[in-house]
Structures are given as C-alpha cells and as structure tokens.
Design a protein around this ligand. Structure first.
Ligand SMILES: [Zn+2]
Length: 139
C-alpha cells in the first residue's frame, strides 16, 4: 500500500500535481466541462435518439467560464481564444430552451406537453386552450 500512497501523495504533490487555488479552478472547470459529454450520452441512450439535454448547456457554460478564467489568469492566448466565445451559443441555446418550455401547452386531460402552436393534444386528442398553460400550474 506504500506504492499507492506514494502515487497519490508524494513530495507535497497530490497525484503528481502541485496544487493552488487556480489549479483547482482549472480542474473543476475541466471536470464540469467533460461531464457534459456523459450527460448527453446518457440522455441519448435513455431515449434511443440523439438528445441534448438542458444540463449539457449548463455544464458547457459553467465549465467553459471556469476554464476561461483559468486561461486568463495564466495569460495563455491559445487557451483564452479556445473559450473566449464559446459561451455565446451556450447562452443562446439556454434562452431558446427556456423560451420554448415556457411557450409549450399542457393538455388539461393528460398533461402531455405540446408545441405552442398546437390546437389538439398529440396524445389524447383533446382541444388545447387558446392560451399556453404554464407547466408549473398544471396541478
Ligand atoms: Zn392530452
């Protein structure tokens, strides 16, 4: 077990890395940004079709911003440019997602969500109300 202890913690380094606050910021950003791939993969496998869940965009945004902060701190132009503009599509996708979710209509008969322009429920055929129903008030 000494070899394991030597591998994990040796010479004041954890996993061979000299840690600092900025190193933690960079690694947390890296872990968050990498996690998004597993979230997207899981959602796709679960639904058996390509899905990009909203969590993917939140993980992309938060991970990329942490990595940008880390890159700015270290004045790494390659790394800065890699994350300087990525937040734009992430935020745009989040805005579109929440706008779409807000405009959906919820069937009063079966609670199935439909597109904002739908007149009838795709699940049960009930007529949908003229005004979109807030998904949270469907109790
Ligand atoms: Zn319905």
């Amino acid at each position: 077990m000494d070899w394991l202890n030597h591998l994990i913690w040796h010479g004041g380094k954890f996993l061979g890395i000299t840690w600092s606050v900025w190193k933690v910021v960079g690694w947390v950003g890296n872990v968050i940004f990498s996690t998004r791939f597993f979230v997207q993969w899981y959602a796709t496998e679960k639904k058996r079709q390509v899905v990009v869940p909203v969590a993917f965009w939140w993980l992309s945004l938060s991970g990329a911003l942490l990595l940008l902060v880390y890159a700015l701190k270290h004045h790494d132009s390659v790394f800065i440019f890699a994350y300087l503009f990525t937040w734009i599509p992430y935020i745009r996708n989040l805005v579109i997602h929440y706008r779409h979710a807000r405009e959906q209509r919820v069937c009063r008969q079966c609670a199935t969500k439909s597109m904002a322009n739908a007149n009838y429920c795709a699940n049960c055929g009930a007529a949908l109300t003229a005004k979109p129903v807030d998904a949270m008030s469907n109790v």
